[in-house]
Unconditional design. Structure first.
Length: 289
């Protein structure tokens, strides 16, 4: 083949390709003008999970979208605008939108994953693993541990190490119902058994505090009575400090259970040689006039 023939063949192929591209563009535009959006398909971006709560919430949000989607001409639907509309909510890491040739609007959601639900005075919101706040929109409600308190000086993510530890431990998870934060050094666990609370202290010595809590519930409270104390504190190293519910002047306010090995602790009524001992100062008699 001569050089001239090769040149002609090359330009012929390029012309045909250009004509094909232009023709497909004209055809696609015509199809877009004729086709309408018939449905919306919502999927979850994280490992293809199906989250019916989030999907329902997205559909409810799209019902408030200012433009028409279902029944609208495909060429009038602005997928970028729909994405930005959904991204204005801080419930999502990312949103992808595109129209397929079968007339479906595909929306792929990568949701924020909250770890706790925070009640801060009259405000309520979720917090994710990085401490980012997520709006507590009712349509995106999810069941996570509840934390309340005043977070003006202590950020709510401070409690996350304790919440994660409790939620992963079967015994503590079954025991604890919610959390209250007084400050960073006084994280309060609220048991499902009403009538008392547990002062967990800060986020250190988690395993030690777990052993002391279980010691109190197995070897102390059942024998002293469930209504004997209003607070069980494990914030101090090697000690369980119990505050009596009845604070009559003639009786000591606090009972300290000194713990050498909480796992081996016995009943408070045991002999002094046992590893768990109850120290309560004897009531002082009233002075005679």
């Amino acid at each position: 083949m001569t050089h001239t023939a090769k040149t002609i063949l090359k330009w012929t192929i390029l012309t045909l390709l250009l004509a094909y591209v232009v023709g497909m563009g004209i055809w696609a535009r015509g199809e877009a003008e004729r086709n309408t959006c018939r449905s919306i398909v919502i999927s979850m971006g994280e490992k293809g999970l199906s989250d019916t709560i989030t999907v329902r919430g997205v559909r409810q949000e799209l019902m408030k979208y200012p433009g028409q989607i279902i029944g609208a001409k495909a060429n009038t639907i602005n997928t970028l605008d729909i994405r930005n509309y959904l991204m204005r909510l801080n419930n999502f890491e990312d949103v992808e939108c595109y129209l397929s040739t079968d007339g479906k609007l595909h929306i792929r959601i990568s949701p924020m994953v909250p770890e706790i639900r925070v009640f801060d005075g009259s405000n309520s919101y979720y917090v994710n693993k990085n401490g980012k706040r997520i709006s507590s929109n009712a349509e995106f409600f999810t069941d996570v541990p509840v934390v309340s308190g005043n977070f003006s000086s202590t950020p709510p993510e401070t409690v996350l190490p304790v919440v994660r530890f409790v939620e992963k431990d079967k015994e503590l998870h079954d025991l604890i119902g919610m959390y209250y934060v007084q400050d960073a050094d006084n994280i309060i666990l609220v048991p499902r058994i009403t009538g008392h609370v547990i002062n967990f202290g800060d986020t250190t010595r988690l395993e030690e505090k777990r052993r002391m809590i279980l010691t109190a519930y197995r070897n102390i409270i059942p024998y002293k009575g469930w209504n004997e104390y209003d607070t069980i504190s494990v914030r101090f190293r090697g000690q369980i400090v119990a505050t009596r519910r009845n604070k009559a002047p003639l009786y000591p306010i606090e009972t300290v259970f000194e713990e050498i090995d909480p796992e081996d602790a016995t009943l408070p009524e045991a002999n002094p040689a046992d590893t768990a001992r109850v120290h309560s100062p004897a009531p002082q008699p009233n002075p005679q006039p």
